[in-house]
Design a protein around this ligand. Structure first.
Ligand code: NAD
Length: 552
């Protein structure tokens, strides 16, 4: 087995190691994903055990394959392992990947772990296995959108003077304190792992480390009273600390959670154990660990319901904690809803979602130029401007300079073509890779999150993300992926990802225009078909042909 070879050097500058920019861009995206990962030595990027390659042999083989890949060839990746290079055509994707796809009845963690232990599968999460993870910024913007929408719906447009309680400071959860601050509120985040806390405080994503729950309450109330925005971390287990908060009579205004509860074995830490003891139990007795893990989630969800009953605006942030609690006896677990039906769906209906781009030159000046171009292109988008202004100051560059912002149908392809023109005109030092989260308008079926509570009851229909991936492949996006189990864990989701690269050529213009238009268009069609009027209007305005939309 070849070894880790860390730290991974990300390719930068004009030098090509591959036979073209499409392959080189994908390679840099893979390296950047790994560079930004939570545990790069284990190829783990985020979200419990979300990986970018199955093992180090596979990683090196992928790199070698990308370097050798021709302009009319396509590399096939099966759950993080390169399995073949096909002769295709210059208009085809350069990489096709499928991660953790198990046949429905077999899509359980138990079966997945057996296959993983045999070296046959890898968990790709969303952007880990699609090689477009850009660090915490990717989720920061989405988390900001969510808290901003919550503020708009419940608190007159601002979280000023409000306290948000949550847990988990991992790859994605680490964005919460800063996102709440951007919405002007105070955030208390419970986190069991001191290393994660330290990392978030050091990187500026969180401001203060409280000594205890009591200490956190004092700091939070003081800041809220003064209307100051503040991020506070509390060490401890969420189930235990939430119960303590209840016993102390503390009541948050808003409540959610981002512990990795989607994975009861390698993610969530059970109550009643120190981190070290929990890790030892996980290694020694995985079955017992899972039992303890579910028991912890039950305690945590019961505490969340108690806060909710006393008036906290409570929502699940897509980690499946409600389903796990319900399966283990909490009948009321679904009394609180997910963040998508509560706050995000109207945006999805317009094909609006998390567009992102990575400046492959590695030059921060390219990011400045592309940031400015986006603001110039959409001068009247107030939310976009607020986010971009804050991101430029608050979001440190992690790996290759990158940016994410929410754009709708018709906006992403427009922006992509602007980037391609900028390259052609010599206004950028190097190509730009564009991608998105799988959490998007048309690219995911996840009945406890993105597709929870669909108007026509089609929550679990996964034809849509598959059509999305096929559509992206048919127009030659550079990388197209299909994942199972991302976000919510095994059996909980089917999703699709994509990357398209602007290299300044006319062919790229064509790929960008078609893929970045059709990609969100599948989302508009999906929501129009489910009966949402906003989506029907957006589809009609865009002239999308839907012969039978909304009819059963
Ligand atoms: P991660 O594994 O990187 O981090 C999880 C963190 O939770 C870790 O730091 C861990 O120490 C901590 N933790 C685990 N159990 C705990 C407990 N009982 N008490 C306190 N802390 C505990 O995962 P992540 O990438 O940050 O994602 C977290 C979860 O949120 C995942 O389930 C993910 O799918 C979900 N999520 C969903 C969305 C979405 O829907 N878009 C967005 C963000 C996160």
């Amino acid at each position: 087995m070849r070894r880790a070879n860390l730290p991974i050097e990300i390719g930068r500058g004009p030098e090509l190691r591959c036979r073209g920019w499409r392959q080189e861009g994908i390679l840099r995206m893979l390296e950047n994903t790994l560079h930004n990962g939570e545990k790069p030595e284990e190829l783990i990027i985020y979200g419990g055990s979300g990986r970018c390659a199955r093992n180090w042999d596979c990683f090196h083989m992928i790199v070698d394959s990308l370097k050798a890949l021709g302009d009319d060839e396509t590399l096939l990746i099966q759950s993080g392992k390169p399995v073949g290079i096909m002769k295709t055509s210059p208009r085809a994707p350069r990489v096709l990947t499928a991660n953790a796809n198990l046949v429905g009845r077999w899509a359980t963690w138990e079966h997945f772990r057996e296959l993983e232990a045999k070296g046959l599968m890898m968990y790709g999460q969303y952007t880990a296995g699609t090689w477009c993870y850009i660090g915490t910024q990717g989720i920061l913007q989405g988390t900001y959108e969510t808290f901003a929408a919550c503020a708009k719906k419940h608190f007159g447009g601002t979280l000023k003077g409000r306290i948000v309680l949550t847990a988990g400071l991992g790859g994605m959860g680490g964005a919460q304190p800063l996102a709440v601050k951007m919405a002007e509120g105070v955030c208390i985040t419970v986190e069991i792992d001191p290393a994660r806390v330290e990392r978030r405080v050091k990187s500026g994503y969180c401001d203060v480390l409280a000594k205890s729950p009591e200490d956190a309450i004092v700091i939070a109330r003081k800041a809220a009273k003064k209307g100051e925005a503040l991020g506070i971390a509390v060490p401890g287990n969420a189930a235990e600390v939430h119960e303590k908060f209840l016993a102390l009579g503390f009541q948050p205004d808003v409540l959610t959670d981002q512990t990795s509860a989607h994975d009861p074995l390698n993610g969530y830490i059970p109550a009643g154990y120190s981190l070290a003891d929990a890790l030892e139990l996980r290694r020694r007795d995985p079955e017992r660990y899972m039992k303890e893990s579910f028991a912890g989630m039950v305690r945590q969800v019961k505490a969340m319901l108690a806060f909710m009953d006393k008036g906290a605006i409570t929502f699940e942030y897509g980690n499946n904690i409600r389903l796990n609690a319900k399966d283990h006896g909490v009948a009321r677990a679904f009394d609180f809803k997910g963040f998508v039906p509560l706050f995000i769906r109207p945006e999805f209906c317009k094909g609006r979602g998390p567009f992102r781009w990575v400046c492959l030159s590695g030059d921060p000046k390219d990011l400045e130029a592309t940031d400015a171009a986006v603001l110039k292109e959409f001068p009247n988008d107030r939310l976009l401007k607020t986010w971009m202004d804050m991101a430029k100051v608050q979001v440190p560059i992690q790996g290759l300079p990158s940016r994410t912002c929410w754009l709708a149908l018709g906006e992403r392809d427009r922006m992509g073509q602007v980037f391609n023109s900028m390259l052609r005109e010599g206004k950028l030092k190097g190509p730009v890779a564009m991608a998105r989260d799988h959490l998007d308008s048309g690219s995911v079926a996840q009945p406890t999150r993105e597709t929870e509570d669909m108007m026509d009851g089609s929550d679990a229909v996964a034809d849509w993300p598959l059509l999305n991936a096929l559509s992206n492949a048919s127009v030659g996006a550079d990388l197209v992926s299909i994942h199972q189990g991302g976000g919510g864990g095994m059996g909980a989701s089917i999703s699709a990802g994509m990357i398209v690269i602007a290299d300044g050529t006319d062919e790229a213009d064509d790929r960008i225009q078609r893929s970045l238009y059709n990609d969100p268009a599948t989302g508009v069609i999906r929501h129009a078909d489910a009966g949402y009027q906003i989506a029907k209007d957006a589809a009609a305005a865009a002239g999308l042909v839907m012969p039978m939309a909304g009819s059963q």
